[in-house]
Design a protein around this ligand. Sequence first.
Ligand code: TEU
Ligand code: CA
Length: 559
Amino acid sequence: MASNNWWQHAVVYQVYPRSYQDSNGDGIGDLNGLRSRLAYIKKLGADVIWLNPIYESPDKDNGYDISNYRKINPMYGTMQDFDELLDEAHNKGLKILMDLVVNHTSDQAEWFKESRKSTDNKFRDYYIWRDPKNNREPNNWGSYFSGPAWKYDEKTKQYYLHLFEEGQPDLNWENPAVRESVWDIMRFWLDKGVDGFRMDVINLISKPAGLPDAPTPDNAVYGDVQAVVADGHRLNEFLKEMNKKVLSKYDIMTVGEMPGSTPEDVINYTGFDSHELNMVFQFEHVSLSPNPNKRLGKWNDQPVKLVELKHALSRWQKALDGKAWNSLYWNNHDQPRAVSRFAADDPKYRVTAAKMLATTLHMLQGTPYVYEGEELGMTNAHYKQLSQYEDVEAINAYKELVEEEKLVDGKTMLRYLANMSRDNARTPMQWDASANAGFTNGEPWFALNSNYPEINAKDELADPDSVFYYYQKLISLRHQNDIVVYGNYEELDPEDNEVFAYRRNYKGQTLLVINNFTNQNIERDYGQETYDKLLLGNYENSNTKIFKPYESRIYLKKA
Ligand code: TEU
Ligand code: CA
C-alpha cells in the first residue's frame, strides 16, 4: 500500500478561470488575472490549483466542448501566458492540475469535422455513429442536458452519440487510435510540466457492447443513460492502459470525475495497488434529496437531511480506509454553493455556518478541494427569473420540463433552479466592494452576486475572524498533523439529525470533531472534557457541553 504520496497531504483550490479575475477589461477572467492572484491562493495555504478547461472551445458548455486540445482559448490568453502562469505557480510552490475532457470533444474539433465528412473517412471511427432504427434514434438514450443523446447528420444519414450537448460528440474509446491520440494530448501537457489531471466524466468512456436501451424511470421519454454507461466493462482496461503508457511515467496526481460510482467501483479504479487513478470525485453526498418524481431528476427545493448526508460521507470514509483515497468536496462549478445548500446563508449565521461546513469536511480522510469563493463563504445567487441563467443545463431543463413536457409549472421550476443550478457557483469571484467586486473593470460576462459589498476577499483579509482565515487554519492543521491526513474514521451517533460528530484515530492519538448543523443551542457530551486540547473552533471561549448555533470544535487527545 502506497501511503506517503504528496497528493495525500495536499489541499486543492479550484479555479473557474472565466469567473476568477479579468486582467484586460473584456469582462472574462483570464490566465494573467489568475497569475496576479497566485499570492492569494498561496496565502490560503492550498498546494494545488485545479483549472477548469482553458483550451480552445466554441463554449457551448463553458469550455467542456474542446475544439483544440493543444491551444489556449484566446479569451484566456496565449500559450505563453500559460507557460508563465505555470512557472510562477511552481516558483511559489503551487502545482497545477489540468482538466482533461476526453469522453467527448467539440463538434468543431478537427477529428469530428473529418469524421462527419463521409462514412469511410479516416476519422469516422473516432466517434460513435449508428444507422437510424425504425426511422428514429438508434436507441432510447437521453442526454444529460435534456432531449435525445443522438443527433442525425444529414450528410451521411447516420446519428452520432452525444451524452451531453449536441456540440459534444462522444469519442469512440473502442478505437485504439482514439486512445493513442488521447495519450498524446496528455503527454503534451505533462511534458510542459503540469502536475496532473482532473478527468471529466471518465467513468463514461466505455460504452456497453451493442448500445442497449436504458431503463425509463416513471415512463420517461428517454432512457437513463448513466444507468447503462457508467463504469462500463472496459473502463478498468482503458485506465490501466492510460496509467501504463502515460501516468506512471510522471510524478503527478489524478482525480477521475465519476458520477454514479459506488465505493466498490472506486476501490477498483483507485485502490493503492490498482495502477489506475489516485482518487475519484464521487457524487453520493451531492445527489441527496432528488425530486420524488424521478423525471425531474436533480431539480428540487428540499433541504438535505443531515442523517442522510452523514450516512453518505461515512460510507465512503469507512469503505476506502486503507484501500483507496477519498477526494473531499462540498462545491465545484457544477454544484450550488455549500453554505446555502447544507447550512444557512442568512447573514445572521453565514460566517459561522460556512466555518462549520469547512470543519466537517476538512477533518475527514482524503484530499480536500476548495472551490473559488468557498473560502469566503460565497452564497447562491438567488435568481428569480429564467433570463438570469446562463448554463445550458438549466435553460434546457426549463424548456423541456416546463414548456414541452409540462411536468412542473414555471414558478416551481424557478425555485428548483435557484436551489440547484450550476450557475450558483459560476458568478464572478468577489474580491472587494468596488464596482463589479474588482473582478473586472469592463462588463462582466456573467452578473455578480449582489451581495459582494458584504462578502468579499478584501474585507475578509482584514478580519482575523473571517471565513478565509478559518480555512487557512484548517489547511494548516492538516499540513501539521498526520492524524488529519491518515487517521481512521469513526462515526458517532449516525442517527443524530442535528450534530455531525466523528473521531479520527492515529498512532494512539484521537481527534474529536463536533459540528452543530442547527441554528439552536444543543447539548452533547462526547467526553470532550477529557481531551488535551481544543485545536480549533468557530466560537470564542466555548468549551462546554452546550453547542451554539452552527458551532464546530476540533479536540485532540495526545498519545
Ligand atoms: O460534469 C459531469 C456531470 O455528470 C455533472 O456534474 C453534470 O454536469 C451535472 O450533474 C448535470 O446535472 C462534467 C463537468 O464537470 C461539467 O461541467 C460538464 O458540463 C460535463 O462534465 C460535460 O463535460
Ligand atoms: Ca479577460
